[in-house]
Design a protein around this ligand. Structure first.
Ligand SMILES: Cc1cc2nc3c(=O)[nH]c(=O)nc-3n(C[C@H](O)[C@H](O)[C@H](O)COP(=O)(O)OP(=O)(O)OC[C@H]3O[C@@H](n4cnc5c(N)ncnc54)[C@H](O)[C@@H]3O)c2cc1C
Length: 492
């Protein structure tokens, strides 16, 4: 049984909590909830911006609220009997933005605070930083010092970065916060980066009316971490929508004589001229920077507990490496394992259960106390047109990990797909470990393939051999019948 040093229940001071969580994004909220659920333990959740975090107000929720109408319209414009009634290939922008604002609650976090209250969690407003083992100071008009009896959880997430290129920062380009919370639609846009945020942003900007979009990608393809056939399909669709994608290119300098801080989602001043590494110059109304994010470790006081101030790593119990006593944890984007809301919440569930078990001196030998899915079982959906849904290894990453693999591939041309849309095109690949005959990765690309990924996740996490998958019969006529096509490629 693992024992953990824990502080005696000292004074009745209201500033002593069993668990203190820094950052109230989805990961922090779940860690606090799981750590105290069904017990009389107390928890404080410290937040210096909005309870709900990046996901609720500036990332997942607004971006998917902007993208869903695009998917519906795209399907409708390809459906005989419906397409005749669709008179435009653009969405109704004001209506879409109004719906988006409903999903972000107008940046009012009171419903999330009510949730925390109902879960028995104290919300404390202010910037939190460690001042020593189990000790936190919350800055503000009335600074408070908090002490944790059992655990401190760091869940401070990440921040978008703007590269230090000549003129770029002075031009006040859009980051993902502006793109997801846009109020004006720039007509000519330059997007820096070819990752998920860049590709999803292009998808909604195009549909909302931006008609000259250029994407500058340093590498040779979009979505570098997914199978090439999936990124090729997304690039091909951008091409048909007149989006220019320039691979192997970088911005070398930016000039915007009239840069103005007009607020999030507003065009930040006058036109911009960008010079590119291929020697060309491009004039746009706004630049969107989607080149990456960095850990939110600023002024976190990591040095006060002997940690390097640059990054945080954790073990599978989500306990921070390099700190004695198993009292410090990190969940969500901050630990660098998987920058996705569902993975942060998964880690938070594991972390909360570990804190509860340690507080009650229970053993940690059950698999539920280890965040094993972080290693190579991470599902992700990219809500572009077409969608990309993937879990686990790609062909490349499986080989790099040392697997001897077989790859099963099939076009998605089953009855369910053609019913869904006459001109449905899609492709699927299953990466199978030859030694065990178990799938270790799956990728789907096509219209609305998002829901296919969970079956693949179950097969991979459950280590279901292909011989058993043969008896997992997909319902007719659904897009899931592609599973049958994949397995049929094995028939002699
Ligand atoms: C445009 C975009 C779209 C995305 N879409 C998806 C998607 O569809 N699906 C998906 O799974 N993921 C998506 N993501 C990723 C997702 O947003 C993150 O994985 C998720 O928000 C991480 O949650 P978190 O709790 O770790 O951190 P965050 O959500 O970043 O929350 C951290 C919180 O900590 C607070 N904080 C930071 N430092 C301190 C401090 N010192 N004191 C007090 N408070 C502090 C912050 O204010 C913030 O509220 C998207 C990301 C972007 C940028």
């Amino acid at each position: 049984m693992e024992r953990v040093s824990s502080e005696p229940a000292d004074s009745a001071s209201t500033d002593t909590f069993d668990v203190i969580v820094l950052g109230a994004g989805p990961a922090g909220e779940n860690a606090a909830q799981y750590a105290i659920a069904g017990s009389d333990r107390t928890a404080a959740l410290v937040e210096h911006e909005l309870v709900g975090g990046e996901c609720s107000y500036w990332a997942c929720m607004p971006s998917k609220a902007l993208l869903r109408p695009t998917q519906v319209l795209t399907t409708a414009t390809h459906m005989p009997g419906v397409q005749q009634h669709v008179t435009t290939d653009h969405v109704d922008t004001p209506a879409v933005l109004t719906r988006r604002d409903r999903f972000t609650s107008g940046h009012d976090d009171s419903s999330q605070v009510l949730w925390a209250d109902a879960a028995g969690i104290d919300v404390i407003r202010g910037h939190a930083h460690l001042t020593g083992p189990r000790t936190i100071t919350v800055d503000g008009d009335h600074p408070r010092t908090l002490r944790a009896r059992h655990a401190v959880v760091i869940a401070t997430g990440t921040l978008s970065t703007v590269p230090d290129l000549p003129g770029l920062r002075a031009a006040l380009p859009w980051t993902s916060r502006d793109a997801t919370n846009l109020r004006q639609i720039p007509r000519r846009v330059l997007v820096l980066g070819g990752g998920v945020v860049a590709c999803e942003t292009v998808t909604w900007l195009r549909q909302l009316g931006a008609d000259e979009i250029t994407v500058v990608v340093r590498g040779p393809r979009l979505l570098a971490r997914v199978e090439p056939f999936a990124s090729d399909a997304v690039a091909a669709r951008m091409h048909t929508r007149d989006v220019q994608v320039r691979f192997g290119t970088e911005v070398t300098s930016v000039t915007r004589p009239d840069a103005r801080d007009t607020g999030i989602g507003m065009i930040h001043g006058g036109p911009i001229t960008a010079e590119l590494s291929d020697g060309t110059t491009i004039d746009v109304d706004e630049v969107v920077v989607a080149t990456g994010r960095r850990s939110a470790v600023d002024h976190l006081g990591l040095d006060t507990v002997g940690l390097d101030t640059g990054s945080i790593t954790v073990d599978d119990h989500l306990t921070v490496d390099g700190v004695d006593g198993a009292w410090l944890y990190a969940v969500g984007d901050i630990n660098g394992r998987a920058a996705l809301t569902h993975m942060g919440k998964y880690q938070a569930r594991v972390c909360g259960d570990v804190i509860a078990a340690r507080a009650e001196n229970r053993p940690l030998d059950d698999p539920r106390y280890r965040a094993s899915a972080d290693h190579a079982q991470i599902p992700q959906v990219i809500f572009t047109v077409p969608e990309v849904a993937a879990v686990g290894h790609t062909v490349d990453s499986a080989r790099t990990a040392g697997f001897d693999i077989e790859v099963l591939e099939a076009d998605i041309d089953v009855a369910g797909a053609t019913l869904h849309r006459d001109d449905f095109t899609g492709h699927a690949a299953l990466v199978v470990d030859r030694a065990t005959d178990v799938p270790v990765g799956a990728t789907f690309v096509g219209s609305e393939v998002a829901e296919l990924v969970h079956a693949a996740t179950i097969a991979i996490v459950g280590k279901v051999p292909l011989a058993s998958l043969w008896h997992a019969v997909p319902a007719y006529p659904t897009i899931s019948e592609v599973w049958l096509r994949l397995l049929e490629t094995r028939r002699p």
